[in-house]
Design a protein around this ligand. Sequence first.
Ligand SMILES: N=c1c2ncn([C@@H]3O[C@H](COP(=O)(O)OP(=O)(O)OP(=O)(O)O)[C@@H](O)[C@H]3O)c2ncn1[C@@H]1O[C@H](COP(=O)(O)O)[C@@H](O)[C@H]1O
Length: 110
Amino acid sequence: MCEKDVLERLYEVVLERKRNPQEGSYTCYLFDKGLDKILKKVGEESAETIIAAKNGVAPETVGEISDLIYHLMVLLAAQEIPLSAVMEELDRRSQKIGNLKQFHTVDRET
Ligand SMILES: N=c1c2ncn([C@@H]3O[C@H](COP(=O)(O)OP(=O)(O)OP(=O)(O)O)[C@@H](O)[C@H]3O)c2ncn1[C@@H]1O[C@H](COP(=O)(O)O)[C@@H](O)[C@H]1O
């Protein structure tokens, strides 16, 4: 099973929670709390990802990235942005290689 399938299934579950709230659902708790709470969680999970990566413990980094991706899915659903919009953007970018801009090269040399 490829990563895209997992993401699509996760996004579907998140959308389903938004449409049909369920007791005991953490996703519903986030939608109930609203956008500020969802954004705080995205920030928190981003910071935890950075610290886990800095500590160099791969399973912790994987866990934090998974938390971050889940909360990003909730953010997409909250903003009514389809996951396919992100997939299409990534796909569009994959058509182009050699994306390093000239000024990045200069930055590294100085
Ligand atoms: N992928 C996830 C997922 N990743 C992380 N989390 C939850 O995110 C929370 C993050 O933990 P924290 O300690 O940072 O937060 P907390 O202290 O529990 O709560 P707050 O700080 O947000 O108040 C935990 O409660 C995790 O269980 C997730 N909750 C749900 N999912 C997916 O969503 C599906 C539906 O879940 P429910 O909505 O709970 O039914 C699940 O089957 C999963 O596929």
